[in-house]
Design a protein around this ligand. Structure first.
Ligand code: ADP
Length: 319
């Protein structure tokens, strides 16, 4: 392949820029023409495409968000939309596409691949919910953003002897809550993959309170319930003053951590290597610290499971 495209799609995540940079530079290194597609699949259908040069991706490795912008497109979910997208790429002679995004974006890439247009999926989402990779680009940054907030809330919680419920992102996936819970020293973690036990949550808070602990931190993934709902239940059952913080979209932004930049650079470059060999229909990932690639169709049939030993450990350490 001599001409490839790259786009970012769906929810943005810190490190997407580092991945775009890697795709563009690695492609040019191998004397390919690399086209940047703006606004994800929507821009692809509309032909919002520009040839990238080395300088097009200069000074972006440390920036959050995505310089190619992102979008959600209902039209692209239709057959007609997907054909339009392929036509736009054919017009420019583009032979392969790198899609940086989450599982929705991967489904789009899967559809194009099924129609005979080779795509490589690069997992970029703060949720860490893509099967076939241990980590997704943006997860580490989002986790660190959460932890900075948890540490600050802990200071004020201690001063006022309060229980704090912190709502973090994760509609279907509990990884952010899980890792934030362990690294933030939370008393309890509520994730979509595990049924919550409010009696246990309240018992833990009370036990801590009885031994003179001045604060309690409960982390809840948004997919379980809102922070307010959880706080209300805790207050009803424990009679302890409980406050809520919803971290919201702060978790999506910010300069990517070194770890996310390294991951993004490696995965972006690996995607180009695959297209260079003429291989399409794959997703790239990292497993046991080794770069891997899987059939994108098969990968999407698997379910990404959270590491429940982290849940167990967190429970044990917060007795
Ligand atoms: P994310 O990639 O972060 O999971 P979305 O789920 O919003 O974000 O998906 C991004 C875009 O990918 C959607 O707006 C749509 O254009 C495309 N997409 C999602 N699911 C499919 C699908 N089943 N078939 C084709 N395209 C899809």
């Amino acid at each position: 392949m001599r001409k490839i495209g790259v786009l970012t799609s769906g929810g943005d995540s810190p490190g997407m820029n580092a991945a775009v940079r890697a795709v563009v530079r690695k492609g040019i290194y191998h004397e390919m023409d690399v086209y940047g597609i703006y606004y994800g699949y929507q821009g692809l259908m509309e032909g919002n495409i520009e040839k990238m040069e080395l300088g097009s991706v200069g000074d972006i490795i440390h920036r959050g968000g995505t310089v190619l912008y992102s979008s959600r497109s209902e039209e692209f979910k239709t057959d007609e939309g997907q054909n339009k997208a392929i036509e736009q790429m054919k017009k420019l002679g583009i032979e392969g596409l790198v899609v940086i995004g989450g599982d929705g974006s991967f489904r789009g890439a899967k559809k194009l691949t099924e129609k005979g247009f080779p795509c490589i999926g690069v997992p970029g989402t703060i949720d860490n919910d893509i099967p076939g990779t241990d980590f997704t680009i943006g997860f580490d940054t989002a986790l660190n953003t959460i932890i900075q907030s948890v540490d600050k809330i802990r200071d004020t919680a201690t001063s006022h002897e309060r229980t704090y419920v912190i709502e973090v992102m994760g509609r279907d996936a509990g990884d952010l809550a899980l890792w934030a819970g362990l690294s933030g020293g939370a008393e309890s973690i509520l994730i979509p993959e595990k049924k919550e036990d409010f009696d246990d949550i309240v018992d833990r808070i009370k036990r801590g309170h009885d031994r003179g602990k001045r604060h309690s931190i409960i982390i809840v993934a948004e997919g379980v319930a809102t922070g307010s709902e959880v706080a209300q239940k805790i207050e009803e059952k424990s009679n302890l003053e409980t406050r809520v913080t919803v971290l919201g979209h702060t978790q999506r932004g910010g300069s990517p951590t070194a770890s996310d930049r390294v991951l993004a650079s490696r995965l972006g470059a690996k995607a180009v290597d695959l297209l260079l060999e003429g291989t399409g229909g794959r997703m790239v990932g990292i497993q046991n610290n080794k770069l891997v690639d899987h059939d994108i169709l098969e990968a999407l049939e698997q379910k990404s499971e959270p590491e429940m030993s982290i849940y167990q450990l967190s429970q044990e350490l917060s007795i």
